[in-house]
Design a protein around this ligand. Structure first.
Ligand code: NAP
Length: 348
């Protein structure tokens, strides 16, 4: 029998959609993603990007303070370790995601720890196939697989991931290996500026490597970076090679000029890549309309409808602009309400 609604993805959008769908008696089934090495490498494990961050200070409802007692009562015992590791300041990304997952489960959401790898939206009920070979049918689908950080694609970058190469300053910047050392940030957008600003608190110096001679970032972010004595922009440059050794991990980078092909080396204890994100839409294989950057398109203003009737999208999969936990949760709620109303209109 076909499911009322299948939700694909397990960030704030997916779990909020599940909470609303479960409370609307739609008995949702969530595919939260598989725990595979490939997903670990590319940052697409269950619970999404927030599970890769530390403090979340801007999700409403979690003020600064020691909330670990509350987390212990709210989470299953197997997750009490999160409360034990608690930093006594508000909520962490992994805590927040486990709280959302638990809240969805409390209302009867069924959860599969598996990836959806193939969909057929050409006829209804829709068909979805998982990595483990499960096949499900669904009257409505909510896509909430989010986005992941881009990397440069160098072999040497791959080799030093987790040994000095990161795509998340907020997650990793405070680690001892990066403290009081020169650090590299690659990119010229708001993310690169934000990361450089953040890292400058810990590093001895931050070099922003940008391939052009002006930043893409908003003026306020760019001005802040350019005014910071600890941050230096290396204009018209790209990282040609990440340098390092087994003992120390990253020790520097080789830069190549985009103007004259000349190269030079910079000493660094780490490299943070901030060159944008890629939405996790490959499994859709062109079955819904995507933007030129492969984000899902919302086809009706102020609704989460996609180009396929009965398929809705929520969170970063359709949002390259706000990309916040709270906006993802908001559109997750919208997608569940849109799906509920659409199913009711179909008499399902
Ligand atoms: P972005 O604006 O797309 O910028 C990506 C940067 O990476 C660009 O400067 C680009 O260079 C560079 N880049 C891309 N591919 C590269 C490659 N292969 N090698 C070297 N450099 C490469 O991405 P973002 O900074 O992640 O921002 C995404 C969105 O989120 C934006 O709308 C941004 O405003 C928003 N955001 C806002 C805030 C905030 O307001 N606090 C913080 C973060 C992000 P080019 O400039 O040459 O293209």
């Amino acid at each position: 029998m076909a499911e009322h609604v299948v939700i694909v993805g397990s960030g704030p959008a997916g779990w909020t959609a599940a909470i609303y769908a479960a409370r609307a008696n739609l008995n949702p089934l969530v595919f939260e993603g598989a725990v595979t090495e490939e997903n670990r490498q590319q940052g697409t494990l269950p619970l999404g990007q927030l599970a890769l961050t530390t403090e979340v200070e801007n999700f409403p409802g979690f003020p600064a303070g020691d909330l670990s007692g509350y987390f212990k009562t709210a989470l299953d015992e197997e997750n009490h370790y999160l409360a034990d590791m608690h930093h006594k300041q508000g909520v962490s990304g992994p805590e927040l995601m486990n709280l959302m997952r638990k809240q969805a489960a409390n209302f009867g959401t069924r959860i599969e720890t598996d990836d959806i790898v193939e969909v057929d939206f050409s006829s209804r009920p829709f068909k979805l196939k998982s990595l483990e070979g499960k096949e499900v049918e669904a009257h409505a689908v909510i896509l909430a697989t989010g986005a992941r950080a881009n990397y440069l694609g160098l072999d040497s970058e791959e080799m030093y991931k987790n040994r000095g190469v990161s795509a998340c300053a907020v997650c990793d910047g405070a680690l001892p290996r990066f403290r009081n050392k020169p650090l590299i940030v690659v990119g010229g957008g708001d993310s690169a500026c934000e990361e450089a600003d953040y890292l400058a608190k810990y590093a001895s110096k931050v070099h922003i490597i940008h391939r052009r001679d002006e930043l893409r970032a908003s003026k306020v972010m760019a001005d802040r970076v350019l005014a910071n004595d600890k941050i230096q922009v290396e204009w018209n440059s790209v990282v040609d090679e990440v340098l390092g050794d087994d003992e120390n991990g990253v020790t520097g980078v080789r830069l190549k000029s985009t103007v004259d092909d000349s190269t030079r080396e910079l000493e660094a204890g780490g490299m943070f890549v901030a060159i944008g994100h890629t939405p996790n839409t490959k499994f859709l294989d062109g079955q819904i309309e995507l933007t030129d950057k492969k984000y899902a398109v919302w086809t009706v203003p102020f609704r989460t409808n996609t180009s396929v009737e009965g398929v809705f999208a929520a969170g970063d999969i359709a949002d390259s602009y706000y990309r916040q936990a709270v906006t993802a949760a908001g559109t997750g709620c919208m997608a569940a309400l849109d799906a509920e109303r659409w199913l009711a209109a179909q008499g399902i």
